[in-house]
Design a protein around this ligand. Structure first.
Ligand SMILES: Cc1ncc(COP(=O)(O)O)c(C=O)c1O
Length: 393
């Protein structure tokens, strides 16, 4: 067998003609940056997830950076997040000049532990940046409550959670501002890089819209005016006032979703519920077939409707089991082998081994097996067979 952990080729093949026709249409249109495909996808994805505004951008990392910048977060500010995530989550905080403050995750949900968040809040804390890890929703009720009581902003890292619900609705996973990735392997993946910011706040949406195109446009000027007002200063008179793309008001970025990707994503959005349901069905199959074994299985936490971007098992012999799977031609992976507080890039923060015991234990004992929507029955059965054999050894 050759069963890959993720298989985007199969996803493409399932509706290849539609995706290829969409891409070809854009190629022949001559409209490659911005335009109808991009704005239509922004509205359609925002409507799907239940937000008022969608601002597309180059990737999920940029979505986080733009969101933090739009909130005015920077030097001297602290943002509470997790170390049990992909590096972009905390990288974005550091990139805007703020300090990531890591707290541990709950061993059941694998998402941020709200009790620990409460204890980590200081007068410098400006925002929480929880991650809906593997497609499991965080406890958004508890997190919103903490934000309300401490006057913090909630930035949701939804990169792994397109199609996830909390409290019975997809909008339940959203924060004041929410960031999605359309990396090819994601629940909704494009044929390259892509990302989106969702919010109900017109001002935040406007700020992101300006920042993603070098700080230009009317909303860039509005943002700049507010910055001066906040500091109690008068805005200089000697600068342009208008919407030309060559009038730059903020130090921004070049971060755009291109039209080819938007056209493909619009087609894939029609199937996202099927993708998520197939992932859930695969997870349910594994759950049933591995019951009573030595594996700790993923569990949906209260209120969360998991989308199973990743299906991770926990076992004391994780390393040996992964080797067994590899021998049998089944790819598995650790998400993530080095938690962020122990990464060289974050060494400057001064964390030590033992600071986040749950996270560190997860890094030693969890591993992901294939759960993508197009897995065949025979492949799932084979994965279970090898897992059961490896458990017994
Ligand atoms: C939790 C998390 N946050 C952020 C990102 C960043 O997304 P991208 O790779 O599109 O920059 C990813 C994806 O890789 C992710 O898994």
């Amino acid at each position: 067998m050759d069963i890959r952990l993720m298989n985007v080729k199969r996803q493409h093949e399932a509706h290849a003609a539609e995706y290829e026709e969409a891409a070809l249409r854009v190629l022949r249109s001559g409209c490659y940056i911005g335009g109808e495909e991009v704005s239509a996808f922004e509205s359609e994805f925002a409507a799907y997830e239940g937000a008022k505004y969608g601002v597309s951008c180059g990737n999920g990392t940029d979505a986080l950076i733009l969101a933090l910048r739009a909130l005015g977060i920077g030097a001297g500010d602290e943002v509470i997040t997790v170390a049990w995530t992909f590096c972009s989550t905390a990288e974005s905080i550091a990139v805007v000049g703020a300090k990531p403050v890591f707290v541990d995750v709950s061993p059941e949900s694998l998402c941020i532990d709200p009790e620990l968040v409460e204890r980590a809040v200081t007068p410098k804390t400006k925002a929480l940046l929880p991650v809906h890890l593997y497609g499991q929703s965080c406890d958004m009720t508890a997190l919103r409550d903490i934000c309300r009581r401490h006057g913090l902003k909630l930035v949701a890292d939804c990169a792994q959670a397109a199609g996830t619900s909390f409290g019975g609705e997809r909008r339940g996973i959203l924060g004041d501002i929410s960031c999605f990735s359309f990396f090819p392997t994601k629940n909704l993946g494009c044929a390259g890089d892509g990302g989106m910011i969702l919010t109900d706040d017109e001002v935040l949406a406007g700020a992101c819209r300006s920042l993603k195109v070098h700080g230009s446009g009317a909303s860039g000027l509005g943002f700049l005016r507010r910055e001066y007002e906040k500091r109690g200063e008068k805005i200089p008179e000697n600068m342009p006032d208008g919407t030309s793309k060559y009038y730059n008001y903020l130090i921004g970025y070049n971060s755009r979703l291109d039209a080819v990707q938007a056209a493909i994503l619009r087609k894939k959005l029609n199937y996202i519920n099927d993708f998520v349901e197939a992932r859930r069905a695969n997870a349910a199959y594994y759950g049933e077939a591995l019951r009573g074994t030595g594996y700790t299985l993923p569990k949906e936490s209260a209120g969360s409707r998991h989308s199973y971007y990743i299906y991770a098992l926990k076992h004391k012999n994780a390393g040996k089991i992964m080797a067994k799977l590899a021998e049998a031609g089944i790819q598995s992976g650790i998400y993530y082998p080095v938690p962020l507080h122990l990464q060289g890039a974050f060494a400057f923060l001064g964390y030590r081994h033992g600071d986040l015991p749950v996270t560190e234990e997860l890094a030693r004992t969890t591993f992901a097996v294939p759960v993508y929507p197009e897995l065949s029955e025979a492949e799932k059965e084979f994965v279970v067979k090898i897992l059961r054999e490896a458990d017994g050894e």
